[in-house]
Design a protein around this ligand. Structure first.
Ligand code: PLP
Length: 429
């Protein structure tokens, strides 16, 4: 079957030799997924999800049983007081912007103690000047970078926590950086430190790509708001749009009043026909996340063996589903993305092209032959065309498809001459 889909024997054998070493890692991933599956099904049962919840409302969406119950399920899964889970939240950036803009007021300061946030948030905050940014509304921004070894700069953070600091934003995943992803445990340590100095500060975690990777979530370690996208892990590949904010009742309420309108809040917002996919996607999310994680671990080990720098490395424990691989050249990242695209169930015949994208400052090449446009819980890869020419690979609704995608990427690198065929020597493994 692989030969028929364009994978030559040397690539296939090399992949399988790498895989042989990964049985224990996969077993561990399956155990986490089993735990999280019980967490999700338990929450659905406790909240008495019924078939009526799968129907939607129209118009104002008053008394939308399915929407309100889904939000209760999310709050249970993330161990928070409340949650806002809506198709009207258009993407992860929107969810984060909503959480920030609704909980900050003019004169407040926002602090990132973990370095520069995700690219699209630069314009939300106003790090890159932008219409409607927090900066335009008189919200200032402070940042403390991680230390060279990836540790927290506790002294720097202490000094940066000022009287006006109202909200601290902590990004779990690395985004387009090469720093380590934060474990839930480390996020908890940081939150404890911050709250020890300033107990009333709101701690928000950008949880994008981190959901269901561990058995705990940031809400278990003191986060006041946990924010993410439904076309990443928690949508399970089925949610066609959406974002969530789970957290303290007061924070979620602020977000709801901003999303709809003061006075209306969570009471409006028709779910239309989308709820079945939100519920079923959440139900599948632990096992879909496990498939994506196996793909990430496989890619790390395979490309590490070929001599490329990979973050996380092949043996590190995982805190998100992203795998960064540094090729060092535009040709390397381009060939990798072409291979991922060629493995897709949708649009496998097209070639991705680097282009300017809203919210990003360098050209970005993206491979995503997805059922849900741009969904990055599906097999996908993207790379800003700038040094160090690292590609960020993620997703895979099934492990088998993730494996195929990685083999296709290697095949494209071999075909384009970036990887030498004679390096595919299983005896070196
Ligand atoms: C994807 C992502 C975002 C933004 O989400 P979009 O849905 O692409 O707008 C924000 N933060 C991190 C860490 C992400 O991975």
């Amino acid at each position: 079957m692989y030969a028929g889909l364009g994978i030559e024997n040397a690539v296939y054998e090399f992949g399988n030799a790498v895989l042989k070493e990964l049985r224990d890692r996969f077993q561990e991933i399956d155990e986490i997924s089993e735990y999280n599956q019980m967490k999700v099904v338990g929450a659905m049962q406790e909240c008495r999800v019924s078939d009526a919840c799968l129907l939607g409302t129209t118009g104002y969406g008053y008394d939308d049983l399915g929407r309100d119950t889904l939000e209760a399920v999310y709050a249970k899964v993330f161990h928070t007081e409340d949650a806002l889970v809506r198709p009207q939240i258009t993407c992860g950036t929107h969810a984060l912007a909503l959480a920030l803009m609704s909980n900050l007021r003019p004169g407040d300061e926002l602090l990132s103690p973990v370095g520069k946030p995700y690219d699209t948030l630069e314009e939300v905050i106003g790090i890159r000047p932008s219409k409607g940014s927090l900066a335009e509304y008189g919200v200032t921004y402070g940042q403390v970078d991680l230390l060279a070894d990836g540790g927290f700069d506790y002294e720097g953070i202490r000094a940066a926590l000022r009287e006006r600091t109202r909200l601290v934003t902590i990004q779990r995943s690395k985004g387009y950086q090469t720093r380590p992803t934060l474990s839930v445990e480390r996020i908890g340590e940081l939150i404890s430190f911050v709250k020890g100095i300033k107990p009333d500060v709101i701690c928000m975690v950008d949880n994008c790509y981190g959901e269901f990777v561990e058995i705990r979530e940031p809400g278990d370690v003191g986060a006041d708001m946990v924010v993410g996208s439904l076309i990443k892990n928690p949508g399970g590949g089925l949610a066609p749009i959406g974002g969530y904010i789970a957290g303290k009742r007061s924070c979620v309420e602020n977000a709801a009043f901003r999303l709809t309108s003061p006075g209306l809040g969570k009471e409006v917002g028709a779910s239309l026909g989308i709820l079945k996919d939100f519920y079923q996607g959440l139900f599948l999310a632990p096992s879909v996340t496990a498939s994506a994680l196996k793909g990430a671990v496989f890619a790390a080990n395979l490309y590490e063996k070929l001599g490329f720098a990979v973050i996380p490395d092949g043996s590190e424990s995982r805190h998100d589903i992203i795998q960064a691989i540094t090729f060092g050249t535009p040709e390397g990242v381009t060939a990798f993305c072409e291979g991922i695209q060629a493995a897709a169930p949708v649009d496998s015949h097209v070639k991705p092209q680097a282009a300017d994208m809203p919210g990003y400052d360098a050209k970005v090449i993206m491979a995503a032959g997805a059922f849900v446009s741009g969904s990055s819980i599906e097999l996908s890869a993207d790379a800003p065309i700038r040094p160090p020419y690292a590609v960020y690979f993620q997703g895979g609704l099934t492990w088998q498809h993730a494996k195929f995608g990685i083999l296709k990427s290697l095949q494209a690198l071999v075909d384009s001459g970036v990887v030498d065929r004679k390096d595919l020597n299983c005896s070196i493994l």
